[in-house]
Structures are given as C-alpha cells and as structure tokens.
Design a protein around this ligand. Structure first.
Ligand code: NAD
Length: 257
C-alpha cells in the first residue's frame, strides 16, 4: 500500500468515528472550476488593482469599483461551476459525515453544489446588500439585472448596493467569525482543503481546532504553512481526486462496519 493509500484509509476511519467533522476550504478547491488561486495560478489577481477592493475606495468611487467587480467576479468568475470536490463535500454533509463547512471563498460554489449551511468567512458574491437599509438580494437573475447599470441601487430604498463579501480593510462578519471559531473548537476532525494559510484571521482556525483536540487532515497539491505545523495527515493531490478517493474509502468503510 502507498503512503497516500494508507493515509486515505486512516482519514476515512477517523471521519467515520468522528462526532463532529469540519471542512475549511480556500481558493485551491475552486481551481478545478477554473478560478485561479491568489498565489501561483495564472496571475489573474495580479491584474486586479487591490485598491478597487478597498472599502473606503468603494464608498468614494462606487461606479469605478463596481466596474472592476462586475467584470472579474460576475462576468468572468460567475461562469464557474462546482467541481467534484465541491460535490463530494455536499454529499458528505447529506450523509452526516460532515457537520460544518467553513469557506474563505466568495465564489458561491459550495452553495451551488448543495451544501445547506455554508459558513462564509469572507462573505459571498452570491448576495448583494444595501448599504443603507441592509436588505439582501440573493437571486442570481435579480443580481444580474441590478448590476446592468452601475452602481446598482437598492430596489426598496435606492441606497448603494454592495457585494456581500469582505472588502480589504473591512471587518469579518461577526456571526461567521464566531460560528467558525466555535466549530473549530468543537471539531474532532478538521479538514483543511486548498488554502495556503496566509490570510488572517481565517488562518488561525486550524491551529485553534488542533489546540482544542482535533485531528487535522490537509488536502493540497503542495505543502502549505500548515503542513509541518498543525497537519496530522497530509493528503497530497488535487482536491477533486483526493476527495473522491476519500469518499470511496468512506463508502467501503461503511459497508464493512
Ligand atoms: P491561496 O491562493 O493563498 O492558496 C491556494 C492554495 O490552494 C495553495 O496552497 C495551493 O497549493 C492550493 N491548491 C492549488 N490548486 C489546488 C487544487 N487543485 N487542489 C487542492 N489545492 C490546491 O488561497 P487562500 O489560502 O484561500 O487565500 C486567498 C484569499 O483570497 C482567501 O480569502 C480566498 O477566499 C480569496 N480567494 C478566493 C477565491 C475564490 O473565491 N474562489 C479565489 C482566489 C482568492
């Protein structure tokens, strides 16, 4: 048996006996959906001037900021669809083998794959929020219609609409932050998938889970800042291949037990 196969079997056994399993995902899980990660990848993010995504700039120049946001996040990345890795996580949740899913991604692909309760650490492009009355709009048809004219305005009060994701210099939404750290503390198994661990405070979640007693499983194509610090079982490979293999191991484990 290869080290990879041995580790898959260990991971499946642990997940089977775990009473609370948490998955924590980053940009790497969406690479196979055609969305490049921040680091490495095809350099898409090098072309985006980060100042357009600064919260102060957004309020000062909403039309200019929205032009970039619409092009990158809605017209270009909006075409992406969930890949096998997203779909495996949705099935694990359905089969009660995954109890919480925390994502740093804003691409809405876990939600599209069918996960019912995604903790959106950095928010999502899948919702607009009115900066005046707080109303949210989540239907993609309505969003696409509203962003035809920039900057989009709230249908209720005429206030400026903002994508409901976290801009640079903006706070992490309190409820997502509190739920994420609570889930990390409760986890018996904590699975990190496709994240470099360089964006804070999200990057503190695996360490918190480990300190509270979780076994940490990591899925990544290459070692990350977690691999030699907190990871107990490193499953090296593309998220879709590894998660599909893990699901098969869980299913065969199920038949045996
Ligand atoms: P990152 O770009 O810093 O790191 C991506 C990680 O994924 C790397 O460790 C890389 O080795 C790994 N990876 C690449 N391809 C993979 C694959 N096929 N399978 C498994 N792993 C793979 O991303 P981050 O740590 O998530 O931090 C970047 C920040 O920017 C986060 O806040 C993130 O949400 C945001 N972001 C989001 C998206 C998105 O919504 N899809 C895309 C880019 C960045």
């Amino acid at each position: 048996m290869s080290t990879f196969d041995t580790n898959i079997t260990r991971a499946a056994r642990l997940m089977h006996s775990s009473h609370y399993t948490v998955a924590f995902t980053g940009a790497g899980i969406s690479v196979e959906s055609g969305i490049p990660p921040f680091r490495g990848g095809d350099g898409l993010w090098d072309k985006v001037d980060p100042s357009f995504l600064e919260i102060d700039y957004f309020y000062q120049q909403p039309e200019k900021s929205w032009k970039v946001i619409r092009e990158i996040f809605y017209q270009y990345l909006g075409k992406a669809r969930p890949n096998i890795a997203h779909c495996v996580l949705a099935r694990l949740e359905e089969n009660n083998l995954l109890h919480a899913l925390i994502t740093q991604n804003i691409d809405n692909l876990h939600q599209q794959a069918g996960n019912q309760d995604v903790i959106e650490f950095h928010g999502t492009t899948g919702r607009l929020i009115c900066t005046r009355c707080g109303q949210t709009i989540g239907e993609s048809d309505k969003i696409n219609h509203l962003i035809e004219i920039l900057p989009p305005r709230c249908p209720e009060c005429g206030g400026l609409l903002k994508p409901d994701f976290v801009f640079f210099s903006e706070m992490i939404p309190e409820s997502a932050r509190d739920r994420s750290f609570a889930a990390a503390r409760k986890a018996s198994v904590f699975i990190i998938i496709g994240t470099s661990g360089e964006v804070f405070p999200a990057a503190m979640l695996p360490t918190n889970a480990k300190r509270a007693g979780a076994t940490v499983i990591e899925v990544n194509t290459e070692p990350s800042s977690y691999t030699h610090q907190v990871t107990d079982i490193f499953l090296q490979g593309k998220a879709s291949t590894v998660l599909e293999t893990l699901e098969q191991a869980l299913n065969s484990n199920n038949q045996v037990s």
